[in-house]
Design a protein around this ligand. Structure first.
Ligand code: 6PG
Length: 265
């Protein structure tokens, strides 16, 4: 994507793509997902992706699961995981698995044994350990081909919320995370899991995200803003934002770029 007019490298850990309005951004996100899948099929014959919850990911799933995009991916060779799950039954509208299936994944020809739902509605601690084991068993030493994430207005991503224990996890890939601010517990992937993925993407769309996006992306790592810790030099994160969400950040970026050109000229 280097050289793409709406793409720049923010720092050694993160890249930014800002295709334009919501519609252009969703299309870009869908094409990025498809490209990651095609690359994975070429590389090792399957595509292992972890889905996220949230309204932005939902809009991407609806496009992916419908023509013309749905025919671009060999769903029979796709392995579906989740990056986090709420402690509600799979039939609940709050459930991330339920959301993805209803958004259209249930129509796709993904073999049932390749759909790995997080069982977060009971025995969270034990089921998180089982899910961690399942990832290691299915993928072996290979990382995910793609992990999709959203960003909440409080700077959380997956179910890594500010000031919660899972932020400190250094070994396990999936844990139970108590989220006092929501008065609930959730199952979530941790940074060791997210930051080893071959591709990690975080979607941020809508004006309600612009303040937080500026905070998360204009400072170095900031533990109180979990989304700021996604991405490493070895596994860069790609932020995909629309013009509304990126308004403040892009202003700062363009001003910096102008400053550089002035110095150079
Ligand atoms: C969840 C998601 C969460 C989500 C963000 C962004 O379970 O809620 O995994 O991390 O991605 O909250 O959600 P929106 O796109 O709806 O703002």
């Amino acid at each position: 994507m280097q050289g793409h007019p709406h793409f720049f490298s923010l720092d050694t850990r993160r890249d930014v793509a800002h295709p334009g309005n919501r519609e252009a951004t969703l299309l870009f996100a869908v094409e990025h997902f498809i490209n990651c899948a095609k690359e994975a099929f070429k590389l090792h014959g399957y595509f292992a992706v972890a889905l996220s919850g949230g309204s932005t990911p939902k809009a991407v799933y609806e496009m992916l699961a419908s023509p013309p995009h749905s025919s671009e991916i060999d769903w029979k060779r796709t392995l579906l995981f989740w990056s986090d799950e709420r402690s509600v039954p799979p039939s609940s509208k709050e459930n991330n698995f339920w959301m993805a299936m209803e958004a259209g994944f249930k129509k796709l020809e993904i073999p049932g044994e390749q759909i790995f739902r997080m069982v977060a509605e009971e025995n969270l601690e034990e089921n998180a350990a089982l899910y961690d084991e399942k990832i290691r068993k299915v993928l072996g030493l290979r990382p995910f081909d793609l992990i999709l994430l959203g960003m909440g207005e409080d700077g959380h991503t997956a179910s890594l919320f500010p000031n919660t224990k899972a932020l400190e996890e250094k070994g396990r890939w999936v844990v139970k995370n108590e989220v006092p601010q929501l008065k609930t517990s959730r199952m979530t992937m941790t940074y060791p899991c997210i930051n080893r993925s071959r591709n990690t993407v975080i979607y941020a769309l809508g004006k309600e995200k612009k303040e937080m996006l500026k905070k998360v992306l204009s400072k170095k790592e900031n533990p109180s803003l979990p989304a700021s810790l996604v991405g490493t030099e070895e596994s860069k994160a790609l932020w995909i934002m629309d013009s509304e969400a990126g308004e403040l950040l892009l202003k700062i970026h363009h001003t910096k770029e102008k400053g550089k050109h002035t110095q150079l000229s």
